[in-house]
Design a protein around this ligand. Sequence first.
Ligand SMILES: [Zn+2]
Length: 354
Amino acid sequence: MFDELIGNSRVKAVLKRMLVADRLPGALLFTGEEGIGKKLFALEIARALNCRTPKDHEACGVCSSCVRIRKLNYTTRDDADEWTQIIWTDHPDVGLVVAPKRVLRVEQMRQIEKEANFRPFEGKARVFLIDEADKLNDASANALLKVLEEPPRTSYLILITARPAMLLPTILSRCQMIRFSPLAPAEIETHLVKNDIDKKTARLRARAAGGSMGRALSGDLVTFTSQRKAMLKVLNALVLSEDRAQLLRSAEQLNEAQYKDEFEERLDVLETLIRDAWMLSLGVDTSRIVNEDLSTELKEIAQKINPGRAGDWILQIEDLREQLIVNVNKKVTTDSLFLVMAGDVAAGKRPKVR
Ligand SMILES: [Zn+2]
C-alpha cells in the first residue's frame, strides 16, 4: 500500500504504473538523499509482487507474505563476515545486502547472482535490495553486471544509493533510475505529530531534517542546536563584523576531529541560516524561514546582509560540497571557503574555492 509511505507521490505513480502494466524492470536504481524512504519503497515493491491478496496491484499489507517482507533480519553481531551474508526478510524470496565496511564485496554479488537464478521458493518473485550501491568497487560492480545483463524473469534487483554519480556507467545504463525527492517539512511534521511527538518539537525536527525522515527521527536536537549556534557565529562574523580571526577559528573548529562526521551537516546548517537571513532581507515573512525560532538574531543579520553576496556564499558552499565528493583536503578548503566568503578574493567573477 503505497499510501502508507510518506511523500514522493510522483514515484508512487511511476511504480504503480509499472506494476499495473506488469512492466517492472528487472533492475531498478533508487536515488535520492539518505533517510527519505527508498528502502521502504523497495520493500513495498517486493510486497506488491509477492502479496497473496493484492488490491489493485498493490500489497494488501496484512497477508502473511506482506507481514513477513516488512521485517529485515539484520545480524546483531559486529563481525564483518556476518554482514557479508544476504540479510533475509522473514520471507524466503526477499533479501538485502549492505556494505560490511567501506565496500560491497564480490562474494556478496556472487551470492545474489546465485540466489537470483533460483525460481521463487514461495512467492511469485525474488527481490534483492542492494543498499549503498555507491560502495560497489570495480570488482564487485563487474560481478553484479553478470546478473544485471540477464536477470532471470522472476528476479528483481533494486539498487539504492544517495550518490548515483559514484556508480560505473555500465551499471547505470542497465538500471532504470527512479529519483526520490526530499520530503517537505510539512510532510515530516505531520508524520512526527502522528507518532506522538509534540507539535513544537516536531516543527523544529522537521525543519532541521533537510527533507530526510531518517534525520528527523534520529537527529539529535542537542547536536543540531549546538551546530546552529556555531554556524550562527560564522554568519555573524561574516556579516556584522567581518571578523577574520573568528572566521578562521570557526573553520578550524569545523575541521576538528570531534566534528568530522558533522562536517557536512554543519555546512547544511550554515546554508539554511544564510538562506533565511537572505529571505528576511528581501522581506519574506518569518513563518516561511527554516530557523523561525532564531528570527530575532537572523533579522539583525538580514539588515546588514548584502543579497548579492548571500547568493554567492550559497554557491561557494555548493562548490565546496562538490569538491568534498572527490575528497579534497577539508581543512584547506574550509579555510579558503570562509576567506572567500569574507571577501578576501577580489569581487567580480565568482571565485572557485580551492
Ligand atoms: Zn498481502
